[in-house]
Design a protein around this ligand. Sequence first.
Ligand code: KG4
Ligand code: ZN
Length: 336
Amino acid sequence: MKENPIILGIESSCDETAAAVIRGRTILSDEIISSAAVQAKYGGVVPEIASRAHTDAIGEVVSRALDTAGIGKEELDAVAVTYGAGLLGALLVGLSFGKALSYALGIPLIGVNHIRGHLAAAYLEDEKLEPPFVTLLASGGHTAILYTKSYTEFEVLGGTRDDAAGEAFDKIARVLSLPYPGGPQIEALARTGQNRIPMPKMLKGLGGYDFSYSGLKTHIINYVHTMSQRGEEFCAADVACSFQHAALDILAEKVVEAAKERGVKTVTAGGGVIANGYLRELLQAQCGRAGLKLVLPAKKRCTDNAAMIAAEGLIGYRAGNFSPLTLNAAASIPLR
Ligand code: KG4
Ligand code: ZN
């Protein structure tokens, strides 16, 4: 077993076909071919279109990752690939490709849980980062606060009771007639608006580290419909800005609270919503005030990418957690 193995990561769970090569925790390449622009026409990801796009892109994206890294296939020590959660047909493209490479090259296959990949992205940002720490996870499918005890063990301290944060961004974007994916659109629009539309306080009312986005979502849908029915103009930028504050302030607040309660000195974050500039600044400010070190993955490694899959693969490699070639894709798998 090598101390710093060369690992190829492959990701194809949604609309990004991605491949990356890492050596130890150093990123040698990180390539993506996205079908998001095609999907935007349909207002969301169409599974069959995603599968076809992955089939077209997988060979090219893996070649690009190896070329950019300057690594020959025979130099790889393992292949890490997302096996779930995600769109089944999409996952199968990356997984089959990864299995074929593993078999042909005689190197271990490491099946990676996509969400654990998001959690592992922070390890690539700071090579000295070590557990324990508290993490804010906010993606399209999950919103949770976790306590990471060791590289392979974590505890879920709380999570959303209904929609995930990213899902809420996507739904509010639709209400405001913004294209998919909604997160970056809302963020851009919010920059020109003001936080002056009252939002329900219920988000903060939930105890512990749980969240709920359904009340906030319903409130905004009602607000927009009522204004339209009355024929009154409303400022979409103000709606975006007020929503963004209500949806994200609570995340920063609770992750800092959890870190203090657990007595850790470090906070990390992962998932698409962590690419949000307002949330990043808020986390910096609040962790700074609380004397906590904050490790944020680069924006491009918050949204789906293969470097984070390789990073989780490195943890699996060091723990000797290899997968059989019979590993199947899974549309949904628990967080742990
Ligand atoms: O982690 P991710 O790429 O995919 C999942 O594993 O779900 O997250 C995608 C989610 C989408 O809901 C998208 O709208 C949201 O992350 N997102 C953002 C931003 N960029 C992506 N949300 C808020 N602000 C952003 N800048
Ligand atoms: Zn993701």
